[in-house]
Design a protein around this ligand. Structure first.
Ligand code: GDP
Length: 444
């Protein structure tokens, strides 16, 4: 679980306030100590922790009593807001040049995921309708050039290469020329990474930057390196001037120090995050959602967004109307479950749903199996039955037929029907409609 330790560290802070009536200077001492410890253990840099704890404390004692809100909830709210602020508040979008091509220069130490990010970024921009070209500039590792060519093929984006005997700035010049000839919208240049910062690397980067005059200079940093990542962003910014950072490997068991420190320490925003090895695993950095994850409240927004990507817009609107009218039927049920299956591995999706943080492989297999069973039963329904689940609720004979044709038990069919009606109610409630709905009883 991403940031799991940080999340549970913070939880112990809220727990210490259970039963309190109001936040006071005295009763926040212990919780603030927990927050401080949790952040330090997450490898957030010390000055950042100090400022954070002070900002939260000041607000906590000044907040007074709000009717209906418990002190621990108040503290969660304050911490959440401060976390969002710490990470820069708003999402920081990529900038594009007024006239094409937009040039994006990527820098970073070796092994942070720079080459992978180059191709991921090309795919990400392609999905936004932009044509891209990659330039292979890692002249110290022939393998890196080969890797970029392979990844370029994978995402179907051309890669400009000039071997390892040409200086990076010259490769940049040739690549840019090629991109202009090809009329591409965005050029992304991958550069050499070293094991550590050295003079030659910085000088080469400066030359490349001068040649390309890029709109974005992004430093790729590894989330697993914690506050060290924030220090690197600072150094690269001072040396070559950068526009932001890309944080990779957020899917691993990174502790949160990098995500929380980069902006505050370096003044530069995290623009994108890598959350897996697949080419699709690159997304914008949303401070509010990240705060939500850290606080263990699940990432409902990401979940909804992914779901909408899969379902077509009109489908989504249609579905929304159906939910409001409590007309969600078995066709929608099928569409939904298939959309979820398309979204990639079940576990990722389930992990985004609040309260389902820890899903075991056995549970996932179980969920996938029960989806299959449900599909089997829906497939043998008549079109009318799919559209009007009431027919099934009212008629044991119909349920019996479905059980026979799908090879399931009548009890399983009854369960499915009941589940659909429960879903209607639950989904409607979820959408904030208070009028409610009733679950029709199955007649026997
Ligand atoms: P470079 O040396 O900076 O170009 O790094 P590479 O692009 O070759 O990546 C190094 C390793 O990290 C590879 O095995 C990648 O698959 C892996 N990697 C890159 N980004 C991510 C990520 O977001 N999540 C995970 N889990 N692995 C990543």
């Amino acid at each position: 679980e991403m940031f799991g330790q940080l999340t549970s560290g913070l939880e112990s802070a809220w727990n210490k306030l259970k039963g309190e009536e109001v936040l006071t200077k005295e009763n926040i001492v212990e919780p603030m100590r927990d927050i401080r410890r949790a952040l330090l253990e997450a490898d957030v840099s010390l000055p950042v922790v100090r400022r954070f704890v002070q900002a939260v404390s000041e607000q906590a004692v000044g907040v007074g009593v709000i009717r209906g809100v418990k002190p621990d909830q108040q503290l969660v709210k304050i911490v959440s807001e401060e976390l969002v602020k710490l990470m820069g508040g708003e999402v920081s979008e990529l900038s594009f040049a007024k006239s094409s091509p937009t040039v994006i220069l990527l820098a970073g130490l070796q092994g942070v995921g720079k080459t992978t990010v180059s191709a991921k970024l090309a795919l990400y921009l392609k999905k936004q309708g932009k044509s891209c070209m990659l330039i292979a500039g890692d002249v110290y590792r022939p393998a890196a050039i080969d890797q970029l060519v392979i990844l370029g093929k994978q995402v179907d984006v051309p890669v400009y290469t000039a071997g390892t005997d040409v200086k990076p700035a010259e490769i940049a010049r040739q690549g840019l020329q090629e991109a202009k000839k090809k009329n591409v919208d965005v050029v992304i240049m991958d550069t050499a990474g070293r094991l550590q910062i050295d003079r030659t690397m910085m000088d080469e980067l400066k030359d490349v930057k001068r040649t390309l005059n890029p709109t974005e200079v992004l430093l790729v940093v590894d989330a697993m390196t914690g506050q060290e990542a924030a220090a690197l962003v600072t150094t690269f910014n001072l040396e070559i001037g950068i526009t932001g950072a890309i944080l990779t490997k957020l899917d691993g068991d990174s502790r949160g120090g990098a995500a929380l420190s980069v902006r505050e320490v370096s003044g530069k925003p995290i623009k994108l995050v890598g959350r897996g090895e697949r080419m699709e695993d690159l997304e914008p950095f949303y401070p509010d959602r990240m705060a939500g994850r850290i606080l263990g409240m699940g990432d409902v927004l990401s979940f909804v967004e992914k779901a909408q990507e899969v379902m077509k817009q009109e489908d989504a609107e249609d579905l929304q109307q159906k939910i409001m009218d409590a007309k969600f039927d078995f066709n929608d049920f099928l569409k939904q479950t298939r959309a979820v299956a398309q979204m990639g591995s079940m576990s990722r999706v389930l992990g985004m749903i609040p309260g389902m943080g820890k899903v075991t492989p056995a549970q996932i297999r179980e969920a996938e199996k029960s989806l299959q069973i449900m599909e089997g039963m829906i497939e043998v329904m008549t079109p009318e039955e799919r559209e009007k689940p009431e027919l099934l609720a009212e008629s044991p004979a119909r349920r019996k037929r479905i059980a026979q044709e799908s090879g399931k038990t009548e009890q399983q069919v009854s369960q499915l029907v009941a589940q659909l009606f429960q879903m209607r109610v639950r989904m409607k409630n979820l959408m904030g409609v208070m009028q409610g709905g009733s679950v029709p009883a199955l007649s026997n």
